[in-house]
Ligand binder design. Structure first.
Ligand code: UFG
Length: 333
């Protein structure tokens, strides 16, 4: 059983590779290293540097490496970038996914797990959402991912091919054993930004909007530990292998935390205070984006192991500390 993991040198993909290897799978990573890093590819996986949109390359890998399932993480994920350059997002996330799916069908790969996003819900009318909530993306990023879900669904109807699309909510944290984590210095996500403030890499954190219709006026999100998300991928693959139907599943704990809750957790866990300013709302932020988690638990038997905000923050902090220490050693060396 060899699994092809696109984007396996990235943040979420590398955690999934660890989980697959722990589950006894052979793993081939396909990554162009545009945002991922060779250093993040877990030991035991084979790295192939290349483009997921290269149908000939993927076809060759399927044949020569005996690939029988694909986990597709590769893609672009920065919402404002997608607004500024939509065609790049449709190329990278939609067109290249089409090529990958075509190569899978041509090569007889029947099982496909896709990294989708809560961004497909846009600004939902009610929260929590579930998989019956009508998608309504409000960014090219969300649309580019939803279009891929649609291609998968139509392909599964026409061919001997099944898929699971996992719609990620707010992914954070790092491997509890410190083997991989988030490295992108450009990360805009709340916990990453807060950790930069802890480490003095930025002077302060800005809270984007304190007048939302939520208990403390700041946005509510469903933060999920990246290792729990990685486990969901391994379970989703097992689901398809035992003949399970194609599924769209939301990945979150069903528990909301506000921006103020997260800031308080980071200060508490790090034991460091930092300046926090109130800033205007950021365009496109829904007030409340939380999912019900019943479906993924029922379909996959998924039991999260790290559903605790302080644990998520603690693992992210430990990774930042060890990563920065390594970078420093490298610079000195
Ligand atoms: N926030 C701040 N200050 C910051 C950074 C974030 O106040 O410096 C706030 C945001 O306004 C938001 C919350 O913290 O209310 C979480 O923001 P993130 O940027 O961490 O995450 P998002 O909820 O914007 O992003 C998530 C996923 C995306 C997905 C998007 C869809 O990470 O992949 O939801 O809404 F596209």
């Amino acid at each position: 059983m060899t699994v092809l993991v696109t984007g396996g040198a990235g943040y979420i993909g590398s955690h999934a590779v660890l989980a697959l290897i722990e589950a006894g799978r052979q793993v081939v990573v396909l990554d162009d290293l545009s945002t991922g890093s060779r250093d993040l590819v877990p030991r035991g996986a084979t790295l192939v540097e290349g483009d997921v949109g290269d149908e000939a390359l993927v076809g060759k890998l399927i044949r020569e490496q005996g690939i029988d399932a694909i986990l597709h993480f590769a893609g672009s994920i920065v919402v404002p970038d997608s607004v500024a350059d939509p065609l790049f997002y449709y190329l990278n996330n939609t067109v290249k996914s089409r090529s990958l799916i075509a190569a899978a069908v041509a090569g007889g790969v029947k099982h496909f797990i896709f990294s989708s996003t809560a961004a497909v819900y846009g600004e939902p009318e009610a929260s929590p959402v579930d998989e019956t909530t009508r998608p309504g993306p409000i960014s090219p990023y969300g649309s580019s991912k939803l279009m891929t879900e649609m291609m998968l669904s139509d392909t599964a109807f026409a061919h001997d091919f099944r898929f699971v699309a996992l719609r990620y909510f707010n992914v954070a944290g790092a491997d509890p054993l410190g083997r991989t984590g988030q490295t992108s210095p450009r990360a805009t996500h709340l916990i990453k930004v807060a950790l930069q403030a802890v480490r003095g890499e930025r002077t302060h954190l800005e809270i984007y909007g304190t007048d939302y219709p939520t208990p403390d006026g700041t946005c509510l999100r469903d933060y999920i530990h990246v290792s729990d998300l990685a486990d969901a991928h391994v379970l989703a693959l097992a689901h398809l292998e035992r003949g399970g139907e194609s599924q769209v599943l939301n990945c979150g704990y069903g528990q909301g935390y506000s921006v103020l809750d997260v800031v308080a957790a980071v200060k508490r866990v790090a034991g460091v205070d930092f300046r926090v300013d109130h800033a205007p709302r950021r365009a496109g932020d829904p007030a409340n984006l939380i999912t019900r988690s019943e479906k993924i638990r029922a379909v996959l038997g998924w039991e999260p192991r790290h559903a605790d905000l302080d644990v998520i923050v603690g693992h992210a902090l430990a990774w930042e500390d060890s990563f920065n220490a390594r970078e420093k050693t490298r610079a000195v060396g």
